[in-house]
Write a protein that binds this ligand. Structure first.
Ligand code: PMV
Length: 311
């Protein structure tokens, strides 16, 4: 069997994080500058699958990994889906340039790359819908109630307008636009902020319903603006979305500082992205402001920046 390689991009949420868990629409886009990559190659004589991820010093076998390990789960579900009972004698090598636990979808991208590389190696490449379903099952290990937006945008590799449980809608970008992504360098598990939002929602349901609806309306207006090439109007929508997320309690001083730095340096708009209280923020820029915004973010303490064009 020839070696098979599969890659999957990172992702960033443009609008609607958290509210998406409660049925509101959200928009996410792939970030192709960062990628997860999986190579599966035959290892004659090996008893089953060797799993190697040199970046995180993982060297194990499928049999030794606990069933609740995300990599093991992606492999088991892929084999189950293909009806394969006996794991093949092979090595599965994982590498990724997607920062971990930073809202860039590293977990979902690794899952998608594993599912594609392993099913390809077995000679039965799985269709996107099945890849997406399996990656969603694995996402549930990271936090109990994922909306499914990460696995969806990463599986299809296109901007998506996503409503939990509804048919997937990809967004055609008629006018490309550029984001500067700034990392606070703070790692906060998504499960923590998702849990806190749930508790706040249970304590004050009417208030949080209202926040979720406002986020949903912003996401819908943003999708209309993108489709009609009204890119500058996304800026104020980002600022508004950030303010609501702050009220929901998922921003923090570091994110606020980066958002304000980007706005002052000429970004059209800026907001936190993903789970919050750390991880990344995004700023919408034009060709004049891109480098000034990037420098301002670094000056304001960003540990890393990525400039990504959505197209
Ligand atoms: O932190 P991220 O980018 O993986 O995104 C989490 C997005 C949430 O809406 C907060 C949770 C979810 O499952 O959609």
């Amino acid at each position: 069997m020839p070696a098979i390689t599969a890659s999957a991009p990172g992702k960033i949420i443009l609008f609607g994080e958290h509210a998406v868990v409660y049925g509101q629409p959200a928009i996410a886009v792939p970030v192709h500058q960062v990628q997860a990559r999986v190579v599966v190659k035959a290892q004659p004589g090996s008893a089953g699958i060797n799993v190697l991820a040199p970046d995180i010093s993982l060297s194990s076998t499928l049999a030794k990994l606990p069933l609740e390990d995300a990599v093991a789960k992606a492999i088991h579900l892929t084999l189950d889906s293909l009806g394969i009972k006996e794991p093949p004698a092979c090595s599965l090598i994982i590498s990724s340039t997607i920062p971990l636990a930073a809202g860039l979808g590293s977990g979902a991208a690794v899952s998608v790359a594993i599912i594609r590389a392993l099913s390809g190696f077995m000679g039965h490449s799985l269709p996107d819908d099945t890849v997406n379903e399996i990656a969603f099952e694995v996402e549930k290990l990271h936090h109990g109630t994922p909306s499914g937006i990460d696995n969806t945008v990463i599986t299809y590799g296109k901007p998506v307008y996503f409503i939990k449980g509804e048919e997937i809608k990809t967004i055609e970008i008629s006018q490309p636009f550029t984001l500067v992504i700034g990392d606070t360098g703070i790692v906060t598990p998504t499960s923590e902020t998702v849990g806190d939002v749930r508790r706040s929602y249970e304590a004050e349901p009417a208030l949080f319903e209202n926040y979720f609806k406002m986020c949903g309306m912003i996401a819908t207006n943003a999708a209309i603006s993108i489709q009609n090439s009204r890119i500058p109007s996304l800026g104020p929508l980002m600022n508004d979305n950030h303010d609501i997320l702050s009220k929901m309690g998922v921003s923090n001083p570091e994110l606020d500082r980066l958002v304000e730095a980007a706005q002052s340096a000429g970004a059209l708009g800026a907001k936190l992205s993903g789970g919050g209280r750390g991880g990344n923020m995004i700023a919408l820029v034009d060709s004049q402001s891109a480098s000034a915004v990037e420098s301002a973010l670094i000056q304001a303490g960003a540990s890393r920046t990525i400039i990504s064009t959505v197209q």
